[in-house]
Write a protein that binds this ligand. Structure first.
Ligand code: PLP
Length: 386
């Protein structure tokens, strides 16, 4: 069966008693035991909840993993995975990293003696230089946010495996509809399901998907022990969102490609960072390892003075953080999503004061082009008059 069919059918054949096509929300936190030493398979909701279990089963299948763990946020998923490591352990991590992940590693995990080195994950020599006897894993984002750098997952996984490292991939931006890192060698996939999987800017959630029995058992223990679990209502909302993932991703890609091409021709724009564009350095790898492109790109203005008026004049496109929802959102990474990353790292990866990130929604592309066009024009007029 194709992935579109799996997605549309999430949970629809899992309720045998009534035949409910939409799987019920089980709010119960406690479950009656038939008798001493017996269980229905459900004891206490932190450990296992029927609604969450249907979501987790679907997530494991979609990402080609053996198990999945639904968490209260993407950060909760990352924290749960980081709890797998011990004092003294060292991680190799993508340089151009989600700001919240960087903050969790640098301001919290370091206090527990877990450290990280930030590298370009396409630079195998650079990564090898950072290896220590205590290096346990590599954490990769591809594409990265906001500069959309692509990592060759097969190449990095092969390198990591030969050194006994665990491969962890944050697959938030592409989702299993477009890229399945476990098939390319990853051991653990992480999602901020708040983004494309949920898809409607209305549910905060995270997912961990793992390959291998031993690893999955350890993660199950951590998930239950820490209690970083997703509630049944939010589990249901997430499944409801995921049913339309295929349709949404196709429209996101279509719109983003049209907008990126339009911006490339615009005189106020210096460059557009989107792997679907031929001049993007990760274009070929992206085409090889995934079946399409995400709906996010960044663009750099020639003149930083455009930023403030553009963000003030966009009407249909909202000036807001987050990404991956049906509504178009634009953000200013240097002072928002990436504020916690030190300026020198920000500059080194190209997150400067002329860069805007666009999470392209599923509105009609003509309306999005018209909105951004008028905002850039208003900005030009204001600058000219000042
Ligand atoms: C948003 C995001 C996170 C954090 O997820 P939350 O659901 O906001 O906790 C982690 N990684 C990436 C790539 C993200 O975009």
């Amino acid at each position: 069966m194709k992935i579109e069919s799996h997605l549309a059918q999430i949970g629809s054949q899992k309720e045998p008693v009534t035949g409910a096509v939409s799987f019920p929300i089980y709010n119960a936190t406690a479950f009656r035991h038939p008798k001493l030493g017996q269980s229905t398979g459900f004891d206490y909701t932190r450990t296992k909840n029927p609604t969450r279990a249907v979501l987790e089963e679907a997530a494991a299948e979609l990402e080609c993993g053996d198990a999945a763990f639904a968490c209260s946020s993407g950060m909760a998923a990352l924290q749960t995975v980081f709890a797998y490591f011990s004092q003294g352990d060292h991680l190799i991590v993508s340089l151009d990293l989600y700001g919240g992940t960087y903050r969790l590693l640098e301001q919290i995990m370091t206090r527990f003696g877990i450290t990280a080195s930030y590298v370009d994950t396409n630079d195998i020599d650079g990564m090898s230089e950072k290896l220590t006897p205590h290096t346990k894993a590599i954490l990769v984002e591809t594409p990265t946010n906001p500069l959309m750098m692509i990592t060759d997952l097969e190449r990095v996984s092969a390198w990591a495996k030969s050194r006994g490292l665990l491969v962890i991939v944050d697959n938030t931006l592409l989702t299993p509809f477009l890229q399945r890192p476990i098939e390319l060698g990853a051991d653990i996939v992480i999602h901020s399901a708040t983004k494309y999987l949920g898809g409607h800017n209305d549910v905060l959630a995270g997912l961990i998907i793992s390959k291998g029995e031993e690893l999955s058992a350890k993660l199950a223990f951590l998930h239950n022990s820490i209690g970083s679990v997703l509630g049944p209502q939010d589990s249901w909302l997430l499944m409801r969102g995921m049913k339309t993932l295929a349709l949404r991703m196709e429209r996101h890609e279509y719109n983003a490609t049209a907008l990126a091409n339009w911006l490339m021709e615009h005189p106020a724009i210096e460059d557009v960072y989107y792997p679907a564009l031929k001049h993007h350095p990760g274009h070929d790898i992206q085409n090889r390892q995934s079946s399409g492109n995400t709906g996010i790109f960044s663009f750099r203005l020639k003149d930083a003075r455009y930023v403030e008026p553009i963000l003030r004049h966009i009407k249909l496109i909202a000036f807001a953080e987050s990404l991956g929802g049906v509504e178009s959102l634009m953000t200013y990474p240097a002072i928002q999503t990436h504020a916690d990353i030190p300026e020198e790292i920000r500059k080194a990866i190209g997150v400067d004061d002329r860069l805007l990130r666009f999470s392209v929604g599923i509105e009609h592309v003509d309306d999005l082009i018209a909105d951004l066009g008028q905002a850039i024009e208003e900005a030009r007029l204001e600058i000219e008059q000042s």
